[in-house]
Design a protein around this ligand. Structure first.
Ligand SMILES: Nc1ncnc2c1ncn2[C@@H]1O[C@H](COP(=O)(O)OP(=O)(O)OP(=O)(O)O)[C@@H](O)[C@H]1O
Length: 326
């Protein structure tokens, strides 16, 4: 479990103070994956540095499995950091070392016995699907394979937490999916707590259980994926289940509908046309699978004569969320 409470980081830039983190709080249960999404300058890198104690926060706390990291003395920081495995955008491997030797490096640094290291490296290579690549040098590996080595190295010290900083931003879409699936699989198998910092909503869609939207150093929306996706007015929902912009359409009222789970496969619209003797014009639509649940968004236009109060009541009864489009 990671708990971040009211984290603030203020930098001095000449005679100006820059607030990079302005009271960030979040909590990630053990065994789950939390995405932090934000644009450039939102404070993502600062958050990573504060979580790994590369930077001391100005105030607030970071607690991992009940231990307050922000309270550890400088002399204990290295040991505390070993409980956090880091995965970077570029795997940052040492070119002169083989895959196995890169993975072994953090264990060598703390003086682990060679026989123990060898067994652990073998185990880690198998865990990330690189059994046959122990002796390969980074130059001989693909981007995805390098990232697998990076993940194995991050897991070498048997951390409780995996902190992934833009882990797939340098990879092509299919390799991205493979790496995300690997992170997801490892989270379940090793009962890790994972934080993924990203600017890509696809990363959140594919593997996150919960998400926070970071903006100008503040968390402006957060929650389990299913909850934020269900909030039609929310900014995250609009990005998670995007609908194209449609030109103003003369005629009857325009509604936005959100279907979740079973309602995505119910014939709600055809029932609506029959029941209210109205025509339904579908202006835009999209269906996404998020955290194992199907979400559908539709923008529809109805006849001018339609009894809107009754339509709202009927759709609510069907479990469909309705918004009148602007
Ligand atoms: N060492 C520093 N000194 C002064 N200001 C800083 C420092 N590091 C970050 N900042 C400022 O803090 C704010 C957040 O920066 P940060 O790098 O954390 O954002 P980010 O979301 O990681 O952006 P990017 O995706 O571009 O890396 C920015 O306004 C930045 O200029």
């Amino acid at each position: 479990m990671i708990t971040v409470t009211d984290l603030r980081k203020v930098y001095r830039q000449g005679d100006r103070m820059v607030t990079a983190l302005d009271g960030v709080s979040l909590s990630v249960p053990k065994g789950s994956i939390h995405g932090i999404i934000g644009h450039s300058g939102a404070g993502k890198s600062t958050l990573v540095r504060c979580l790994t104690l590369l930077d001391r926060p100005t105030s607030g706390s970071v607690t991992i499995d009940g231990r307050e990291l922000t309270a550890v003395k400088d002399s204990e920081i290295r040991a505390a950091r070993r409980r956090i495995g880091m995965v970077f955008q570029h795997a940052n491997l040492m070119d002169s070392r083989t895959a196995a030797a890169n993975i072994a490096h953090p264990l060598e640094l703390v003086g682990t016995k060679k026989s123990v290291i060898d067994a652990r490296v073998k185990e880690l290579l198998a865990l990330v699907g690189l059994e046959g690549s122990a002796g390969a040098y980074p130059a001989q590996l693909s981007g995805g394979q390098k990232q697998r080595v990076g993940i194995a190295r991050a897991l070498a010290s048997d951390p409780d937490v995996l902190l992934c900083d833009e882990p797939t931003s340098a990879l092509d879409p299919s390799t991205t999916d493979d790496i995300l699936d690997l992170i997801s699989d490892l989270t379940r198998r090793l009962d890790l707590t994972v934080l993924i910092i990203t600017h890509e909503m696809n990363v959140v869609k594919r593997i996150c259980d919960s998400v926070s939207l970071l903006e100008a150093g503040r968390v402006v929306e957060h929650g389990p994926l299913r909850e934020v996706a269900s909030d039609l007015r929310g900014r995250l929902a609009k990005q998670l289940i995007p609908l194209p912009v449609t030109p103003p359409s003369p005629g009857g009222p325009v509604l936005e509908l959100l279907f979740t789970g079973q309602t995505t496969s119910d014939p709600v619209l055809s029932a609506l046309t029959r029941r209210f003797d109205t025509d339904v014009n579908v202006l835009a639509g999209s269906v996404e699978l998020l955290a194992g649940t199907r979400f559908g968004r539709l923008r529809i236009q109805l006849d001018t004569h339609t009894d809107m109060a009754a339509v709202h009541e009927y759709l609510a009864l069907q479990g469909v969320t309705v918004e009148v489009a602007a």
